[in-house]
Design a protein around this ligand. Structure first.
Ligand code: ATP
Ligand code: MG
Length: 452
């Protein structure tokens, strides 16, 4: 709480701007395209998400943006990029609680499921969309507040659901016009089980210790805390030969883990979904086991991962719940929409179908009756609303009509209205001429607008 006499200085005259790395998502007319896609694209994406997720029986949930800091420290692991340096954490001055703005969604969802004993009656398939917060260096495709679609299948051991959840993402790509293989690619790996990882980890440490002089600072720091993350270091070319030569986790997997992985692969092969097994795919959180995957693109530079996920069979127990197998993924919405914008894929038209031009405010009551009747017939209409001095000139109204992107102007001229008619004037396309349509029979001609 900021007390009136507190030491915090608030400049009264300088204009206020959004926090660095946190963006406004605005309508197309005002969004600066080079920054981020407009809000229309967001809604279009959400529509596709709802449709696809419903087709697989997923249900929607919302969890808080703020969670106890301990949730992420325990859930994600202490030696992860997120917990080490990316969390927005603070102490609540009212009661001393340690709180954090969620950097990811899975831990909060698992916390909620445990708290409500939600899996009592069996497995759940869940999804949510919302803001995540990470204190990173802002750049294209990387922000401090960003948004994710987050999907979780809880209480199911796989491998069937592992394949299904990956296929669901493919269906989402299809729905959005993205072509697998051309625009996005699937990378797959298995992280095995904790004991297998421990054996691999020991071999990894031995390998890097044997070549200690070649390690960079980052690798040296991670050697005993999280050596797996050294494999993920793609930024330093000098480290690559050593990383290439490192023991592969795949060689440490026991028969059950291998069978799980092979079953996922067989299912993807059966439906013709191409993927690359990437033994270096380890993901940033500690909670993953067995299947992990990423959907990547080459079009966004260093920020190439649009969707990443995997199995986390140990997380429920880690957070105080009963052992519960689970798999999920997070999809970065800004990155995905940047990709779609960059590819210039054909997008649906979000503009209203018609724009109502109203030369004389006296016509308003009859205009409103017709517009309501058209909307009841499924036609979207934007009405010209005037200023203090009335509706404005025809010229300025038509300028607004053009700017709205509408395909038709409905012109409520006094002469036409005297005959019980409105003029329907096409705003786009060359040939079409204006026609008159009856004011009291929207149902009789609404389809001409809808299907044009
Ligand atoms: P990266 O390696 O790019 O930092 P990550 O492994 O930290 O990604 P996840 O925690 O797996 O990312 O989150 C899932 C998805 O969320 C990412 O694939 C990406 O699309 C998106 N994402 C993650 N961090 C950011 C960010 N700071 N800004 C925008 N999108 C992000
Ligand atoms: Mg990251």
């Amino acid at each position: 709480m900021i007390e009136p006499n507190s030491a915090i200085k608030i400049a009264s005259s300088s204009p206020l701007a959004a926090v660095k790395g946190m963006n406004d998502i605005l309508p197309a007319q005002v969004q600066r395209k080079e920054r981020l896609p407009d809000s229309g694209l967001w809604l279009w994406f959400e529509d596709a998400v709802r449709k696809v997720l419903a087709a697989y029986g997923y249900q929607y949930l919302l969890t808080p943006l703020v969670e106890p800091t301990a949730l992420f420290v325990r859930g994600l692991g202490e030696v992860t990029d997120i917990v080490e340096k990316e969390m927005y954490s603070w102490t609540d001055t009212m009661n001393g609680d340690e709180l954090t703005l969620r950097p990811e969604a899975t831990a909060g969802i698992v916390r909620a499921m445990v708290e409500h004993n939600a899996l009592y009656n069996g497995p759940l398939r869940l999804w949510t969309i919302g803001a995540m917060f990470r204190h990173e260096r802002p750049q294209k495709g990387r922000y401090r507040q960003f948004h994710q679609l987050d999907v979780e299948a809880l209480g199911l051991p796989g491998p069937d659901v592992d394949a299904e959840i990956i296929l669901m993402v493919r269906r989402l790509w299809h729905e959005l016009g993205l072509v697998v293989g051309r625009h996005v690619r699937l990378e797959l790996n298995s992280l095995g089980q904790p004991a297998e990882r421990a054996a691999h980890r020991a071999a990894l440490i031995a390998h890097f210790e044997a070549h200690a002089s070649q390690l960079d600072d980052d690798a040296r720091r991670r050697l005993h805390s999280n050596p797996l993350r050294i494999l993920d270091n793609t930024k330093n070319p000098a480290m690559q030969p050593l990383i290439e030569a490192a023991p592969k986790l795949m060689d440490f997997l026991g028969p059950e883990s291998l069978a799980h992985f092979n079953a996922v692969r067989a299912a993807l092969d059966a439906v013709g979904l191409e993927y690359r097994v990437n033994p270096r795919l380890v993901r940033g959180m500690d909670y993953y086991n067995l299947t992990v995957f990423e959907w990547v693109t080459d079009q966004l530079g260093a920020q190439g991962t649009v969707c990443g996920g995997g199995r986390y069979d140990g997380l429920f127990e880690q957070l105080g719940g009963k052992p519960t197998p689970a798999i999920g993924f997070g999809l970065g919405i800004e990155r995905l929409l940047l990709l779609i914008q960059e590819l210039r894929l054909p997008l649906p038209d979000a503009a209203p179908t018609a724009y109502a031009v109203i030369p004389d405010a006296a016509a308003l009551p009859r205009v409103l009756v017709l517009l309501e009747a058209l909307r009841a017939q499924g036609v979207s209409v934007q009405m010209h609303a005037g200023g203090r001095d009335g509706p404005g000139s025809m010229k300025s109204q038509f300028r607004r009509a053009d700017a709205s992107g509408a395909r038709f102007a409905l012109v409520f001229g006094a002469d036409e209205m005297a005959q019980g008619m409105v003029a329907v004037k096409p705003l786009r396309g060359e040939s079409a001429a204006q026609v008159l349509r009856p004011l009291d029979d929207a149902a009789g001609w609404a389809h001409e607008l809808r299907t044009a």
